[in-house]
Ligand binder design. Structure first.
Ligand SMILES: [Zn+2]
Length: 279
């Protein structure tokens, strides 16, 4: 959902490093013989990324002739094994972002296959299919495969949704006040992109995640808002929230912090009393 730098390593380099770590000559030969096929599968994947058509890729077209699914998965195991030369390619991808590009909240702990290696073994070690991810987003997605264009989660290498604001929030008047987040697609987006962003938001349960963090943030700023209120009523509270919202907007257009501060600023009930209600 947020951009990650496209990997600079090629699938041939990664595959070669994995083969160097393969002690069984027969396996090494069979995988080496499939190199061109694996490179072609990677190019097909990249073309689908550019065309936003991952949902058209069929699992049967991504099997590797003469190499089993388990053997391709074992190539990935070689790539992710700590302390080996192939691991440097894994680390390059894992370390390309500090925060997970799927949720933009939790720290990156692992590498996730955009199309699962179980169903697409030819892409098991293809860098464009490997994303830096937090453990939770990695677990949530597991072996899911997009079935149509609108069920295609956003891809941090191919989708750019950072230039226009789309993450918004409203306040639920409850004790304590709850921030509810939602995707508000900008007019420049196609209907497919809008639906995909909503699908991504639901799949990775971002509304719940951000709502919890926003609740914490509200309790951290409560004392300051109380002082503002004593000094200048809801006008002073709104002033503080407006300045904080602008500061966060200047840093990042789409963050839960930006959306939450604007929602708090715009809510009369919150500025008058909602900020101070504790459950
Ligand atoms: Zn995540």
């Amino acid at each position: 959902m947020w951009r990650a730098p496209f990997p600079t390593s090629t699938v041939s380099e990664v595959l070669q490093a994995c083969l160097n770590q393969t002690a069984i000559p027969a396996l090494r030969e069979r995988v080496a013989a499939a190199t061109l096929e694996i490179e072609a599968a990677t190019r097909t994947f990249e073309a689908a990324g550019r065309a936003v058509s991952f949902y058209l890729l069929k699992s049967e077209d991504f099997q590797v002739a003469g190499v089993t699914k388990e053997e391709m998965e074992s190539m990935y195991d070689r790539m992710s094994r700590a302390g080996t030369p192939a691991r440097s390619f894994y680390d390059q991808i894992r370390n390309s972002r500090k925060l997970c590009p799927m949720c933009n909240q939790r720290i990156v702990e692992t590498v996730d296959h955009y199309l699962p290696k179980k169903k697409f073994p030819a892409l098991a070690v293809s860098p464009p299919n490997l994303l830096p991810a937090c453990s939770d987003c990695n677990k949530i997605k597991l072996a899911s495969v997009p079935s149509d264009i609108q069920q295609q989660t956003l891809n941090p290498y191919y989708d750019d949704v950072e230039s226009a604001p789309w993450l918004k929030a409203t306040i639920r008047q409850s004790v304590p006040a709850v921030v509810r987040f939602y995707v508000d697609p900008p007019p420049s987006w196609s209907e497919d992109l809008a639906e995909r962003a909503k699908f991504h938001f639901r799949t990775f349960r971002l509304g719940r995640l951000y709502s919890i963090y926003a609740g914490e943030e509200a309790s951290l700023i409560r004392a300051g808002l109380k002082r503002d209120y004593k000094r200048g009523g809801s006008v002073a509270v709104r002033q503080t929230l407006a300045e904080a919202a602008q500061t966060r907007l200047d840093a990042r257009i789409n963050s839960w912090q930006t959306a939450a501060y604007f929602a708090w600023r715009d809510d009369d009930w919150f500025c008058n009393s909602g900020f101070d209600l504790i459950g």
